[in-house]
Design a protein around this ligand. Sequence first.
Ligand code: NAD
Length: 296
Amino acid sequence: MTATLIDGKAFAAKVREQVAGHVTRLKEEHGITPGLAVVLVGEDPASQVYVRSKGKQTVESGMNSYEHKMDADTSEADLLAVIDQLNNDPAVHGILVQLPLPGHLNEDLIINSIAPEKDVDGFHISNVGLLGTGQKSMVPCTPLGCLMMLRDYHGSISGMNAVVIGRSNIVGKPMAQLLLNDSATVTIAHSRTKDLPGVVKQADIVVAAVGRPEMVPGDWIKEGATVIDVGINRIERDGKNKLVGDVDFESASKVAGAITPVPGGVGPMTIACLLANTVTACCRANGLAEPEGLTA
Ligand code: NAD
């Protein structure tokens, strides 16, 4: 391997430490404890794991964690009533509704019922619009984590060619917007892109967010490029279960200048950024200065 490893696990630990420091200051100097409410509808096993992990890390950073578990057949009206109650609860600074929701619930309607200033996932249409116009917003956690790692590694990414593979609302599109806001020249590639290898080869920065195991081989990568691998794919290899990214780490790490591993890259940064967003939301709600380095 020749590429520098961008260690998301270590970086996330640093972000959590910063968050905990801000929480201590908020408590000691202002008597405020930030609070994050997570709403889980149904019993999707992966979602249960995520929610447990979010709650645990919220408490570890000194914040209050509120969990609302609701049955899989919860009605839209009942879910909206819980969100309304959280919107109006001054002890709750961040609200996250764990996705995906059961099929009978309208995800867009639910997400857009969260008060935008408490929308720590950054999925509310107002936050999407604010980000798109370069205004202060709540920024989706996974792309925010990717941006933090890129800024840390490069200092400035201004003028660099960035290719984002994937155009989802939760990763690809906000990632492209963040890169653009930092003055990169941005291309969004997707399933209909022609000559994807040729497009990726132009990139100084590649962010892969597709959900296809190891689909980006090393020979698509420009020598010295920075590769951020968002993909989390569970595969079976040599009779064992394994997590791999969207990038073929072995071949890509021989060409790239820097690369995030899977696991231990983008993944740990996502929850760390959720905690960061909650502190940011709490500071904004109380008219206090925002924590530096934890926002876009
Ligand atoms: P998604 O399914 O919503 O979007 C995938 C995107 O990939 C689509 O826009 C599609 O156009 C594009 N695509 C599909 N096939 C393609 C192809 N052959 N060539 C080029 N583009 C193609 O997925 P998502 O929610 O954006 O997630 C993407 C990946 O990131 C998944 O593996 C997911 O598990 C992972 N993820 C990780 C984190 C994290 O915390 N690390 C967070 C969110 C998502």
